[in-house]
Design a protein around this ligand. Structure first.
Ligand code: BG6
Length: 510
């Protein structure tokens, strides 16, 4: 418990034992990338600051040869200063700094891995990292097989004695079912399945984990969690940003591959799955997998799948470019930046309950939520006019940025002589109920990798099921013309409204 007492960031009333990683090093491939700078390196610092990394932790960056002259410590320092969640602390920083190493070199060159092996062996000696190494691949997917093969031939993937070797893979895991299967095959030739950690950072979010807590820790929700009471489920992930400097990654990928195949289908699985036998990795993943297997695409995709592409517009009072005018995007690009889709599940629990998924960039504001919309009461004993404002009851999980939950229901308007009923809402805000601010998703996930704790990482079957669901939609779209343009700063293409209204429903306005 000494690290609890010694750590000023921990609440002294907190009785939970901290999960502290044992001696190890992490090798970060793609250290020059945006994700490393904005998320991975700051999360490592935050973990260190919270006392959750081992004292001798090693962080090895692998970068292109022309980075040899760069000051790696300065790069990590800048990333931490700009993006870390916890305050900057000189003592934490100098502790982390002692374990920083840079290996410059070509990822396809065996000499890079020979040098990496030398650096890791040295860290084992001087920092006591015991041969425990995690290889984090934050690189373009085309490079995964190259790196994995080299980790094999250089024997870096092979643990000795009771040490461990793990590989962490960032999405996109393939661009369709066939490529994902191929990639799984390549990775599993080298690393046993228990050593493969596929990142879906949504699963690292506290508010996403809360979906299962709320469903299965309470008596009052689960009895209603089925087709008898639920009318539909709406999962919205709206972003206000455009593609920024990510043209090379995003073009040809698009919104459906970028976030529906992984994040939104994972949210769907957490809402739809049956209660797991336990919260062990196998039990949770088993149930998510069954839910994904039950997903059925509508027959007429023309009516139930919509895509759009942002055009010029205004965002936060500033004029912004359309997708086709972004740097690096070909003017004829048909990549969608908005996608909406209806899915159904062929199970007794969900028969006839559509799940509507939508996501887009350059929308009115950043908000991700899961809204469970209930059926209307079977009978309303009020004057017709008195209930005209009453909508369906809804339970909304506010994933971000305003983390919490909202329950919407009808209540009597005070002071009226006849019973007038109106929608009101009851709110749970994380900030009001919990002292600690939520850790970043990457803090949780990196710590879990170092601890070898897999429940929050999708199994390859889940990844493949995601592609199985999406491939027909992507094929359907690729045979069509350009996506529907929508104004930046609005709420996306008109087609999304026609799609849901055809079913006699409307989108909840987040
Ligand atoms: C990533 C996508 O997985 O998630 C990005 O590649 C997207 O395009 C990002 O912007 C959104 O993450 P968050 O945590 O900000 O919702």
């Amino acid at each position: 418990m000494s690290s609890v007492r010694g750590n000023p960031l921990r609440d002294p009333q907190d009785q939970r034992l901290p999960r502290v990683a044992g001696p190890c090093s992490m090798v970060l491939f793609g250290v020059t990338g945006d994700l490393s700078r904005r998320k991975v390196m700051p999360a490592i610092y935050d973990l260190c600051n919270r006392g959750l990394l081992p004292p001798g932790f090693g962080l090895v960056g692998v970068a292109r040869r022309d980075w040899a002259e760069q000051d790696f410590a300065q790069i990590v320092h800048d990333a931490v200063r700009e993006h870390a969640r916890t305050p900057f602390n000189e003592a934490t920083w100098s502790r982390l700094c002692e374990g920083l190493r840079l290996v410059p070199g070509d990822l396809a060159d065996a000499a890079t891995y020979a040098e990496l092996a030398r650096v890791l062996a040295d860290l084992d000696q001087v920092r006591g990292t015991n041969g425990n190494h995690a290889f984090y691949l934050s690189i373009p997917p085309g490079m995964f097989p190259v790196v994995v093969e080299h980790l094999k031939s250089s024997r870096l993937a092979e643990p000795s004695g009771d040490s461990w070797r793990r590989v962490v893979i960032e999405k996109p895991f393939g661009h369709d079912l066939a490529s994902a299967q191929h990639l799984n095959h390549v990775v599993q030739e080298v690393f046993p399945s228990g050593s493969v950690f596929r990142i879906d950072h949504y699963l690292g979010k506290e508010t996403v984990q809360n979906l299962l807590a709320v469903r299965f820790a309470n008596a009052m929700f689960e009895p209603l969690w089925n087709a008898n009471f639920i009318d539909n489920v709406q999962i919205t992930m709206a972003e206000d940003i455009g593609i920024g400097g990510r043209a090379g990654y995003y073009d040809g990928i698009g919104a459906a591959r970028d976030v529906i195949q992984n994040h939104l289908l994972q949210l769907l699985a957490l809402v739809a799955m049956e209660e797991p036998l336990s919260f062990d990795a196998d039990d949770v993943r088993e149930e998510k997998q069954k839910a994904l297997r039950a997903v059925r695409l509508p027959r007429d995709l023309g009516k139930h799948a919509v895509r759009g592409q942002y055009a010029t517009g205004w965002q936060g009072g500033v004029p912004v470019r359309g997708y086709l005018e972004e740097d690096g995007i070909p003017p004829s690009s048909r990549t969608e930046t908005f996608a909406a889709l209806r899915l159904d599940l062929d199970t007794r629990r969900w028969a006839g309950v559509p799940f509507y998924l939508r996501t887009g960039k350059r929308l009115g504001r950043r908000v991700t939520e899961v809204a469970v919309i209930f059926k209307r009461a079977p009978h309303l004993p009020f004057e017709r006019t008195a209930v005209q404002e009453l909508g369906n009851n809804a339970l909304v999980f506010r994933i971000q940025p305003d983390e919490g939950m909202t329950l919407r229901f009808g209540a009597k308007v005070p002071g009226t002589s006849s019973i007038q009923v109106r929608d009101v809402s009851m709110d749970f805000q994380y900030g009001d109920s919990f002292v600690d601010s939520s850790p970043e998703a990457y803090e949780r996930l990196i710590l879990d990798v170092l601890l070898g704790d897999p429940p929050l990482f999708p199994r390859h079957e889940e990844v493949e099921l995601g592609w199985r669901i999406l491939d027909p939609v992507l094929d359907f779209w690729s045979a069509k013309g350009a996506p529907e343009p929508y104004v930046s700063g609005g709420w996306g293409p008109h087609g999304q409204y026609a799609m849901i209204e055809r079913d006699g429903r409307t989108w909840r306005r987040p």
